[in-house]
Design a protein around this ligand. Structure first.
Ligand code: GSH
Length: 203
């Protein structure tokens, strides 16, 4: 299986973590954004968005959008607990992945762009965007924290694609220096997540 990625992409990290959890070895193909390799026609033929990650399976199946890639990999390995097989459990996994994509991720990635990446590139942070993303984060992060009370993982006892999807976003709260002292469940879950062997191996 091939993974087209950029090593700085948290969305691509999701796929590396998921593959590691499943014991799948990926043939990782690094795309150099500075050379526009993700906008070349041969790559756009695989992923018309010109974004990473993209998974190319050995049988020619191509999948993009990282939560869909996780669903695909976990679905191919039903012996793992990564994607529940019961209707309610599967919908719960999707619920948290949709919640993440629609609400949590835009807030955190927005802050990461303004407060981490722009300063690295010598660009001026947009204070209006920082204020809007901070407001959204203050609205959404406590919901995850409350949900995680008395749970080991997002869906309860079993580690799943939901933890991987939300986790790569949540771990950015650490370099963003978001005060997690009022969100002890989220903080503890993040600690458990980042200690997993596949998480560490994914870098
Ligand atoms: N929703 C997509 C987002 C993919 C995405 O935005 N990838 C970024 C890297 S993290 C990218 O490729 N950016 C390059 C571009 O937009 O040109 C996913 O989860 O896979």
């Amino acid at each position: 299986m091939k993974l087209y990625q950029n090593k700085l992409s948290p969305n691509a990290k999701r796929v590396r973590v998921c593959a590691g959890e499943l014991g799948i070895t990926l043939n990782v193909i690094e795309l150099d954004f500075t050379k526009g390799e993700h906008k070349k026609p041969e790559y756009l033929a695989k992923n018309p968005m010109g974004k990473v990650p993209t998974l190319e399976d050995d049988d020619g199946v191509i999948m993009w959008e990282s939560p869909a890639i996780l669903t695909y990999l976990a679905g191919k390995n039903p012996q793992s607990s990564l994607l529940p097989t019961d209707v309610k459990g599967r919908a719960d996994a999707l619920r948290w992945m949709f919640w993440n994509t629609a609400h949590f991720e835009p807030a955190v990635y927005g802050l990461a762009m303004e407060k981490l990446f722009k300063p690295m590139m010598g660009a001026e942070p947009d204070e209006t965007r920082i204020a809007a993303c901070t407001k959204d984060l203050e609205r959404y992060a406590p919901i995850l924290n409350a949900h995680l009370a008395n749970k080991t993982w997002t869906l309860g006892d079993a580690f799943s694609v939901a933890d991987i999807s939300v986790g790569v976003v949540a771990e950015l709260l650490l370099p963003l220096q978001v005060d997690l002292s009022k969100m002890p469940n989220l903080k503890a879950w993040l600690g458990r997540l980042t200690e997993r062997a596949a998480w560490k191996a994914a870098g």
